[in-house]
Design a protein around this ligand. Sequence first.
Ligand SMILES: [Zn+2]
Length: 460
Amino acid sequence: MFLRNHRIRSAALGAILAPLTLASTALAQRTELKPGWNLFSPQQDIQVGKQAAQGAEQQLVMCNDAKVDAYLAKLGMKLVAHLNTEGVKYPWEFHCVNDKAINAFALPGGFVFINRGVIEVADDEAQLAAVMAHELSHVALRHGTSQATKAQFAQVGIGLVGALLGGSNAGALLTELGSFTAGGVLLRYSRSAETQADVMGTQVLYDSGYDPRALAQFFEKLQADSRGKNPPEFFSDHPSPDHRVERVDEEIERLGGVPANAKKDSREFEEIKREVLALPVVKKGAELPGKGTFKRPEGPSKTFSDFQGTGYTMRYPENWTVHAGNDGAAIGPEGGFATDGSGTSALAYGMTVGVMKTSGDAKAGNALEDATKELIEGLQQGNPRMHVTREPGKVLLNNQAGLSTYLSNDSPMGGQETDWLITVLRPEGLVYFVCTAPQGEFSSYDKTFGAILDSVRFSK
Ligand SMILES: [Zn+2]
């Protein structure tokens, strides 16, 4: 996730390399789609996706309803049976996320997450199947790692990416990509990838016996429902290509039109929809115990200010404030800090940065691992309930080797928080960045944390 801002170059590459072949309409037949340029192997898709899926499950609030999950898996596998994966057997998983925002995403290798909001807003089974068929197509066309290939290429050059993926550093690169971020490289689809997923999704729907119009109908419904309001999250993960609906209609024509007996709904779907509607709503704004309702801080600004750390610079959202301490700083939004009865202030939303003097030999092979362990033990002394939820994995920060660790702790706002720790060993000591947000809200801060970390520049 530290490799970004290569959108323009990636888009240009995409235009040249996109495999979407639009046959001339004289002899209209189904559009043939093939996965694009990709230096990852399908096995590496599974490896990266699996790891990211574990992160996702930690950061999102899941529905935890076996009946709903079983239904999604059954419907998903029915569609998978008509999905062209070029012979690759993916370990398909389908998860219901307890989030009313209308969104869905699929990680490489076949890890599919559907928000309850999609099931609640879908008019019938065909519309839910349409969203799922679109997601499955992203997996089959390997869009996540294809985008990552382009981003890596733009960053370090093709030879190095190939070497990394084939060589001893493969683990580091895969770990880095496997860090789950809702807005990470793996889920940043281009508009051409969206068109491909729409077209293939329409084919899958058609071949599975569902009304292929459902895909366009669902998008139109989302657009109509959101008029004058914020567009649904779905469109930020899956940007609308031009003429989305027209392109889907065109594909239906190529397939020979809507079959007379196309399936639209099922009694089972209606039952599942009722079940989902009855699930407890997980409030995003946590309650501050005994202190009334806690107001969520305003979202992070898209404009950034500069911060000068010890031995590095970075940028942070302009509407956040810096609270400098003895050996570092806490940077967060107004309302992102909570004060307990003793007057101690704790950061609930934002980032804590600092440098820890290291005692061991900085040149030793495992110096970074050891120093990170020491830091975590130190943090745990002040936060006895803090624990590691994902062991340290290798990452790159401003091209320096670092470690990424996930921790869980009591949030000062009540409930649990996620702490995402990045550590890098520098001449000054162990430089650390702790990204903090309440567990259920971490995913909405992920993009901002990623942007801040991307902006880190160590002094030469
Ligand atoms: Zn999409």
